[in-house]
Design a protein around this ligand. Sequence first.
Ligand code: ZN
Length: 102
Amino acid sequence: MGFCPNCGTQVREDQDVCLSCGKSLKSSSVKKVAQEEGSTFGFAVLGFFIPIVGLILFLIWKDERPRASASAGKGALVGFVLGIVSYIIFIAILASAGFYAY
Ligand SMILES: [Zn+2]
């Protein structure tokens, strides 16, 4: 149970709009936060798969969008480290495969 922030009529939590005044009951601020989190996670994934793009986004968004920037930067860092690790593993597999071939 809740109350409409606009007119104070009692409303159910599953209602999208107030039946009395028609105002949307989904808080726009809550929605914005959720969207921001979703989008920053997307940037983390982007940075993870393409670390150079994550690094660029991290640098250009440092002041303007600190949260998106941090996500992109973290994703880029993780992607970069994993890239190096998988490269080393790849080389190790190649080396051992070459070794066993002889
Ligand atoms: Zn209302």
